[in-house]
Design a protein around this ligand. Structure first.
Ligand SMILES: [Zn+2]
Ligand SMILES: [Zn+2]
Length: 280
């Protein structure tokens, strides 16, 4: 069956409201995989999840599955302001990468405690459960979702979503260049096997090449590395994601032009808030 994705936030690192970021948006990472039934499927809980929450309430979605790539604040900070969390009729299942030190639950609960937040997680009315990743593939409505560890500081996963006819990879925070991309077999490229042959890839493209040279090891990709990764894994289409907070709409368009110079058949394009993407 087909699937539709909707982008609710695609900014990296920090929200960037303001007149220079209106076209592509200032909210941090959040993508919805639109399901037809009662359930909802959400990737990441950046500030984009706040507006999604009101939309889910209006659509009477009360079984929510939230998959977190990792717990850096830009992927988690919208959760406390996610309206369904404050509704006792809601069931919220949260998946995120396991850590050898502290449970997923306890790491998320840190953000629901003083001095970061006035309320305690015990005050949350929704029924919330936690699940470690990677684990068994998750399935619903003809969709299968896989997770695997990827190169980024701290435990971090990427996702692959498959329908009957196509595959989509979500890699918002990813620095595959650290381990090497060109000339390597798929198993030796970070997320190579996970994303292989995906028809659509949402990939970290935070920096121009010269910016990246000063930020190696920060966990993000240059536009050239995003293109090289997608060429190596034989992707069909690249959507540039996790926009650098310092980049205005105009600079992002220069980044897109650079991606197209490099990108051959990938025809890279910028993610923007409100963008919908169809999967066959
Ligand atoms: Zn991020
Ligand atoms: Zn991160």
């Amino acid at each position: 069956m087909a699937a539709t994705l909707k982008i609710w936030g695609c900014r990296g690192s920090l929200p960037t409201p303001g007149t220079d970021t209106i076209t592509y948006g200032g909210n941090t990472s959040c993508v919805e995989v639109v399901l037809e039934g009662e359930a909802a499927l959400v990737l990441d809980a950046g500030t984009g999840i706040r507006a999604l929450g009101f939309d889910l309430v209006a659509r009477n979605k009360r079984q929510i599955h939230l998959f977190l790539t990792h717990l850096h604040l830009d992927h988690l900070e919208g959760l406390r302001f996610f309206a369904p969390l404050w509704d006792e009729r809601v069931t919220l299942e949260i998946w995120g990468p396991r850590s050898p030190e502290v449970s997923l639950r306890d790491r998320i609960l840190r953000s629901f405690s003083p001095p970061l937040f006035p309320l305690d997680f015990r005050d949350v009315p929704a029924r919330v459960t936690f699940h470690d990743l990677p684990g068994e593939p998750w399935r619903a409505e003809g969709i299968t979702l896989f997770a695997d560890l990827v190169l980024h500081p701290g435990p971090t996963v990427g996702f692959r979503l498959e329908t009957d006819g196509s595959a989509f990879a979500y890699l918002p925070d990813h620095e595959p260049a650290l381990a090497g991309i060109e000339g390597r077999s798929l198993d030796w490229i970070s997320a190579g096997a996970l994303a292989h042959g995906a028809d659509l890839v949402l990939h970290d493209a935070q920096y121009f090449e010269d910016e990246y040279d000063a930020r190696i090891g920060w966990g993000h990709s240059s536009v050239a590395d995003a293109v090289a990764f997608c060429q190596a894994i034989d992707a069909g289409r690249l959507v540039l994601f996790h926009h650098e907070p310092e980049h205005s709409d105009r600079e992002l368009e220069q980044l897109e032009a650079r991606a197209r110079e490099l990108g051959g058949g990938l025809e890279p394009e910028l993610a923007y808030e409100g963008m919908t993407l169809e999967l066959a």
